[in-house]
Design a binder for this molecule. Structure first.
Ligand code: ZN
Length: 452
């Protein structure tokens, strides 16, 4: 029977073994189950925006789709690619349930913390951002519209400034449409320009001419005073649009060509004579030019070609080279006598004094004031002994009260020739010369004709 008992023991052992395995399996299962519960209850996600905590939640998928929604909304609003300016991180943390954040609070926090930039086609003028549009096409359209405003019949249209379109990420509020961009591009902006001071400039005149206040000029030029020197360079501000549209327009027109005047020597004429040999005549040319305008205002003109239709005819004038005989008038009068002026031309004792009186000792020489011909030499009431010279240029001169006459009618006299001597004949109270100048028969003030 020992055999049987042995067998039963073995069975028991076997049974025991099975039970033990199950027990282990149960214990393992239990512990896994427990730890699973602990895990589910203790783990959540901490959400940070650029390191700042916005909340802790288990509803990670809801939060993620909320963020995605914000993205979509912004993309729809701007119509461009959108990037988030901040970095959002989800970090698995173990916290107690009471530390979890209400999901709506998380949404609010996210809205406040998140901001977007949108991809835009920025218009850059002279390396400065001016405005931005949704895309390259719109930016180009705005620039083309601006050019088109002034293009008209122009051959070339371009910008004076360096204008570029660059892809940039910008805050969505700076995004503009074509119409707004055009307005901004045309807006005048204050630019600092240099100005070279001209003769007779003053701060006041510069301010007036440049539509500025004197105080603003002084602000731009510390230390500047009213003491401006021509050539000095100062700063001024001027309001100009962001962009200048340059247009080049070809124009054709006819223009007169002036003629030159050529002089030809003629020995048969005196030096004070001349004669027109050929009358000048203006020519005519056809000009092709390029007119350059800034924003429609003409600034310069470049001549491209000129086609002469009619040549000008130069005027030719013969100029005398023969020396004048001294008896021919030079056209200017010299003093007939050195002495003291005792009476001038003008009203005297109720009547016109028709000449000028020059006092000098009796017998002093009287010289003719310019070359001419003696037309009278003799006695005349009031003048006493008097010489009259016709200068053959509209002028006649009188030399009165002489004591002695040295020329006779018909004599040709050279300028400066001695013609009489000082005396006091006629109406005279002492020795003096009455010198008279008559222009076309009318006495004029000799002092305005005499060379000093
Ligand atoms: Zn007199």
């Amino acid at each position: 029977m020992g055999n049987v008992g042995d067998k039963s023991y073995k069975f028991f052992l076997g049974l025991l073994k099975t039970y033990k395995n199950n027990l282990i399996a149960f214990a393992v299962a239990l512990s896994i189950g427990l730890s699973f519960i602990v895990y589910e209850e203790g783990f959540a996600y901490k959400i940070t925006v650029d390191g700042e905590i916005v909340g802790i939640t288990k509803n990670i998928d809801e939060v993620k789709s909320f963020i995605e929604e914000l993205h979509k909304k912004e993309r729809k609003k701007t119509g461009t690619d959108i990037v988030l300016n901040q970095e959002i991180k989800f970090e698995r943390v173990r916290v107690a349930n009471k530390k979890l954040t209400d999901v709506h609070k998380i949404y609010d926090n996210l809205k406040n913390a998140m901001s977007f930039s949108c991809k835009a086609a920025a218009i850059i003028v002279d390396n400065k951002f001016v405005t931005a549009l949704k895309n390259q096409e719109e930016a180009e359209k705005a620039l083309e519209l601006l050019k088109g405003k002034y293009a008209k019949s122009s051959k070339r249209v371009y910008f004076k400034e360096d204008v570029k379109i660059e892809e940039k990420y910008i805050p969505p509020k700076y995004l503009t449409n074509v119409e707004e961009a055009l307005k901004i591009l045309e807006q005048p902006v204050k630019k600092v320009v240099t100005y070279t001071v001209k003769e007779n400039d003053s701060l006041w005149s510069i301010a007036r001419d440049h539509d500025m206040y004197i105080e603003d000029i002084l602000k731009l030029n510390p230390g500047l005073t009213e003491n401006l020197k021509p050539g000095q360079v100062i700063y001024l501000s001027s309001a100009e649009p962001h962009v200048t549209v340059v247009t080049e327009r070809q124009v054709g027109y006819k223009e007169e060509i002036p003629f030159d005047t050529k002089l030809a020597k003629d020995e048969s004429l005196y030096t004070n004579q001349s004669k027109v040999l050929v009358e000048g005549k203006k020519g005519l040319k056809e000009v092709t030019a390029v007119v350059i305008s800034y924003n429609g205002i003409e600034v310069s003109k470049k001549i491209k070609s000129e086609n002469v239709l009619e040549k000008p005819v130069n005027k030719i004038v013969a100029v005398g080279s023969k020396r004048l005989p001294l008896t021919v008038a030079t056209g200017s009068f010299s003093y007939p006598l050195r002495g003291t002026i005792t009476s001038r031309f003008g009203q005297r004792w109720g009547r016109l004094h028709t000449g000028v009186d020059i006092a000098a000792p009796q017998g002093s020489p009287i010289y003719v004031a310019d070359g001419g011909t003696v037309i009278f030499s003799g006695w005349e009431s009031g003048y006493g002994y008097v010489v009259k010279i016709d200068h053959k240029n509209g002028y006649v001169t009188y030399y009165g009260h002489a004591s002695k006459l040295l020329v006779k009618k018909g004599d040709k006299v050279a300028k400066g020739q001695k013609i009489a001597l000082v005396g006091s004949t006629g109406h005279a109270t002492g020795p003096h010369l009455h010198f008279e100048v008559r222009k076309n028969g009318v006495p004029v003030n000799p002092l305005t004709y005499l060379n000093k």
